[in-house]
Design a protein around this ligand. Structure first.
Ligand SMILES: [Zn+2]
Length: 269
């Protein structure tokens, strides 16, 4: 027979409360640790592991529209053609394996003066990878971008926004500026109503903002009907407000070029 069998009801109540307190402390502790981890690894504004670009310091009505996780026909094609019809340029952070599968649309992005960014070969969570693997992800993607379009990209966005010392060190060593975003992710990949995506974005746009939408699902297709429609609402509203659209390299040059201090320490041409 255990000793507990002799415990009085008051003792048992005391024990129950103690366990409850411990459980609450454990849950709060886990939440704090999770939040701290998210902040340092994935929050776009965290500079814990090194410098990244979020909002470019400018007092001009310019914004950079960026699209991650493509190319992804027919949605990327529709976005690219729409932007071109509106004389608007954007930046596409492409996934290498999707570029290999759909090279024509990437060539069209370049032909229409859109900029390309490197978003790894297969949308890997780089925090989980060794430096050699991180380097391979970026280098293979650069190679397919160059083979497809004849241009090299020097901007990099880590999948999930996730980075640590190793990710930033490798990217910087390879000559990349690491570009995050300043407008909170509008969750367009969950197919909300386009008007809702647009409202979520417009609420946070200001001078020098970087907006992220998703024209693909981690380089693996995906329905992006909502994103296509939201792009049209966002472009229309921002034009109406007097904003001008530039690519990320143009935005960086405006904010950090011509001898101004800039995030990587190298002149950005
Ligand atoms: Zn992504």
């Amino acid at each position: 027979m255990s000793r507990r069998a002799f415990a009085s009801p008051a003792d048992r109540e005391e024990l129950r409360k103690k366990r409850l307190r411990l459980a609450v402390i454990a849950v709060i502790g886990a939440a704090v640790i999770f939040t701290a981890l998210w902040y340092t690894l994935e929050n776009p504004f965290s500079q814990t592991f090194g410098t990244t670009v979020t909002q470019v310091p400018l007092q001009q009505k310019v914004v950079a529209l960026t699209f991650d996780d493509g190319p992804n026909p027919p949605y990327t094609d529709r976005i690219v053609e729409y932007l071109h019809s509106q004389h608007v340029v954007a930046t596409f952070f492409v996934v290498g394996m999707a570029v290999a599968a759909h090279p024509d649309i990437v060539r069209k992005e370049v032909a229409y003066d859109d900029a390309l960014g490197n978003h790894t070969w297969d949308h890997a969570h780089l925090v989980l990878e060794r430096s050699a693997h991180i380097e391979r992800e970026i280098a293979q993607t650069d190679a397919i971008i160059f083979r497809t379009t004849g241009v090299h990209s020097r901007i990099f966005r880590p999948p999930f926004g996730a980075r640590d010392f190793a990710v930033l060190k490798v990217a910087h060593r390879m000559g990349y500026t690491v570009v995050m975003w300043s407008v909170p992710l509008p969750g367009d990949w969950k197919h909300p109503a386009p008007a809702l995506i647009s409202r979520r974005v417009l609420k946070y746009v200001s001078d020098g903002s970087i907006i992220v939408l998703h024209d693909g699902n981690r380089g693996r297709g995906g329905n992006r009907e909502s994103t296509v429609a939201a792009t049209q609402l966002i472009v229309t509203a921002l034009k109406h407000d007097g904003y001008r659209f530039v690519t990320v390299p143009e935005l960086l040059a405006m904010g950090y070029g011509k001898g101004k201090r800039q995030p990587l320490g190298e002149p950005y041409e």
